[in-house]
Design a binder for this molecule. Structure first.
Ligand code: TXA
Ligand code: MG
Length: 322
């Protein structure tokens, strides 16, 4: 049975909540990317999420909550700093890693003693959380290792043979996954950069560690090559772009800022110069590039690397690391 994309009416959301209550899996929109949700306390449903995604059992899930009060039910401790972070950034693209409460199933945390929680800033996700009345564990709604989905169609394509309801919230506004912040270390440490920047977190927390990608093994799912298109992809500096493209024998898809530097035999996908719009477009562009069935994807490296650009460059490095 193919997946069903549904408009997020009150009725459809109530039905999706009922699917969660019965131990089923539902795909839903968030402000970052779509999630594949399961009842956080249903071991059977959690296993189904891993199975559907083909996700390695050692990669834990993010628990989505309605608010800070619901978050406190899945953690064993909630430092005062988290109250401040939640007040400032929730609902929003910030995931907090904290010691887990004893009754959170090992399937959620992949056996780790910590649990990741976030409150998504999307009306459909919040409505679903309210209708369900409990926490929803959800990884990004893509097959493991593939590019995250930023609209309902992407989810349907990745799970084309699954009996799955997908609530359609339109294109995701942010387009890259949440910032994952480990609150169990002193100082707190960013495990995955996202739209909430280290600078913003420092304004609340003081010191924040920002390990390089290679040193981010602490977050099981942040391995390099985790966010990759199917086609081999390379990241090229602007100054080298034209000569690189001229040297390629086969047609390539090129994510670039200026299509004029792209020779005729290649296919240019023009990217926004504004970081917010670039992030929102990135995964759609990588999926488009994949669909062109070219032998290579060439990505022009953005020049800026502060704020949101650093999270974008993080994903570009991962997408091109294989
Ligand atoms: O924006 C997002 O975070 C999206 C939407 C759906 O909320 N979700 C998402 O989930 O990106 P996923 O499963 O694709 O990525 C979750 C990340 C992984 O890198 C995982 O390793 C990390 O969070 N994570 C989860 N629990 C963790 C834990 N206890 N300790 C360290 N990292 C954890
Ligand atoms: Mg993911």
């Amino acid at each position: 049975m193919p997946p069903r994309i549904e408009q997020p009416t009150d009725d459809a959301i109530e039905k999706a909540a009922a699917v969660l209550h019965s131990g089923g899996v539902v795909a839903f929109p968030t402000e970052t990317v779509y999630g594949l949700g399961a009842d956080t306390v249903s071991v059977e449903a959690l296993r189904r999420v891993y199975e559907l995604k083909g996700r390695p059992a050692d990669n834990p899930l993010i628990v989505h909550v309605r608010d800070a009060a619901m978050a406190q039910r899945v953690v064993a401790s909630w430092p005062d700093a988290c109250t401040e972070l939640a007040a400032q950034f929730w609902p929003g693209p910030l995931t907090l890693v904290l010691p887990r409460a004893v009754d959170v199933p090992a399937e959620v945390t992949a056996g780790h003693r910590t649990v990741a929680v976030r409150c998504p800033d999307h009306p459909v996700a919040l409505h679903l959380l309210s209708a369900f009345g409990g926490a929803i564990s959800a990884p990004s709604a893509n097959r493991s290792g593939h590019v995250s989905p930023t609209d309902a169609e992407h989810v349907a394509r990745d799970f084309h043979d699954a009996d799955l309801v997908i609530l359609d919230g339109g294109p995701c506004a942010f387009g890259i996954e949440s910032t994952v912040l480990d609150m169990t270390t002193t100082p707190p440490r960013i495990l995955r950069p996202g739209s909430i920047s280290a600078e913003q977190l420092r304004a609340v927390l003081g010191e924040v560690q920002t390990p390089a990608i290679e040193a981010q093994g602490a977050s099981p799912g942040t391995s390099a090559a985790h966010y990759a298109p199917r086609t081999a992809a390379v990241l090229v500096e602007r100054a080298e772009l034209r000569s690189c493209l001229e040297s390629l024998a086969e047609p390539a898809a090129v994510l670039c800022f200026d299509p004029n530097v792209v020779p005729q035999q290649h296919k240019a996908i023009v990217m926004p110069t504004d970081a917010d719009r670039y992030a929102a477009e990135l995964y759609r562009a990588l999926r488009r590039a994949d669909a062109l069935a070219v032998s290579q994807i060439v990505i022009e490296e953005p020049v800026d690397d502060i704020g949101l650009w650093s999270a974008i460059i993080d994903r570009l490095r991962r997408a091109t690391s294989h």
